[in-house]
Ligand binder design. Structure first.
Ligand code: GCU
Length: 330
């Protein structure tokens, strides 16, 4: 790894005897790294990234600074991923879902009923399988830094609760953009998948462009989608993690020490976010109930049965070996 960040470079032309003097006399200018994402500032993932930024400053003694741009102000998830590839943006948070367009193995995260429960999900993410998946995009310009909990995704709808797959018949369900697996999941269940950016969904629901969507509870609350949909049904079809990613091009301009600080800060923020997430999820449930949302707990068996062929088909794709390993992990 080259050590060519601007701070080091400013000393390379000095004679050795000058180096210490320069370091003591001149305050070092912090190197700024931009992090853009599509979530709001109340989201536990955003709060964890604020913690990450704080820890990067702390570990680097102020020589690195992370500036966060929330609310898709610098673009959608896919646009941010492309900006990382082009070296125009240092970091983004993306759901693992649209990453399958760049790294086909990531489709494994959007397949239904892959993880047994939250413990299994974190055991996989923090274990060899999850850590290996973080590295797969390096040659495609995208380095995975850490995962954040994005809970289990369930359906929420405007006119009736989703109790069985048949209730989805012809209902337009918003899915994340750029995720063929998400599209396939909804059509396999009998619904009508409608790709849309997260930021457009409130209006999409309000204006009946879609009859429902699917997401975790904190996102359902923080996006205020509960104001325009009456029913939330805990069928928990997927657990798609959020991820912090770094541009390979910019990563390669950092020295090893800086990379270590960033990785350390990221892992600490991920651990912190897991605790935050649990609290946010139970609080969100109370809040949406208090707001009059009808919460139901459908039997997951018919949902699982309907989407089982997706697992069989995925076995022959790039995601297959990962699916197999995850399913075989007790
Ligand atoms: C969740 C997830 C986001 C994702 C969003 C979506 O909120 O945390 O990363 O963008 O769902 O449905 O688009």
């Amino acid at each position: 790894v080259r050590s060519n960040n601007s701070i080091d470079e400013s000393h390379t032309n000095q004679s050795n005897s000058n180096v210490t003097l320069v370091k003591q006399d001149r305050p070092q200018k912090a190197r700024t790294l931009q992090l853009a994402h599509n979530l709001g500032q109340h989201d536990p993932v955003h709060i964890a990234m604020e913690k990450f930024a704080e820890l990067v400053t702390k570990h680097s003694n102020g020589s690195l600074k992370v500036v966060i741009y929330p609310n898709a102000t610098l673009g959608t998830q896919t646009q941010c991923l492309e900006n990382l590839q082009q070296g125009q943006l240092a970091m983004t948070k993306s759901s693992a879902a649209p990453i399958e367009n760049f790294i086909p193995e990531y489709a494994v995260f959007s397949l239904p009923y892959v993880f047994k429960n939250n413990e299994h999900y974190w055991q996989i993410l923090n274990g060899p399988i999850g850590q290996e998946l973080l590295t797969l995009g390096k040659n495609k310009g995208l380095i995975g830094i850490c995962y954040y909990d994005a809970g289990a995704r369930s359906f929420y709808t405007k006119t009736k609760p989703i109790m069985t797959p048949d209730d989805l018949d012809k209902v337009k369900i918003r899915v994340m953009k750029s995720s063929p697996t998400a599209v396939k999941l909804i059509s396999t269940l009998g619904g009508s998948p409608t790709p849309m950016n997260f930021g457009d969904l409130y209006t999409g629901l309000q204006s009946n462009l879609v009859g429902g969507a699917e997401n975790n509870l904190p996102s359902y609350l923080n996006s205020r989608h509960y104001e325009v949909t009456k029913y939330y049904s805990f069928n928990e079809h997927t657990r798609v993690p959020d991820m912090l990613l770094f541009s390979t091009e910019i990563w390669d301009t950092l020295n090893e020490q800086q990379q270590t600080w960033i990785k350390q800060a990221a892992q600490e923020s991920s651990d912190f976010q897991r605790t935050l997430w649990e609290k946010a999820s139970s609080e969100a449930l109370e809040k949406i109930k208090a707001a009059g949302v009808e919460v139901s707990y459908p039997n997951p068996t018919p949902f699982r049965a309907r989407v089982k062929p997706m697992h069989d088909q995925a076995m022959n794709t790039a995601a297959g070996p990962y699916l197999k390993r995850i399913l075989e992990t007790p």
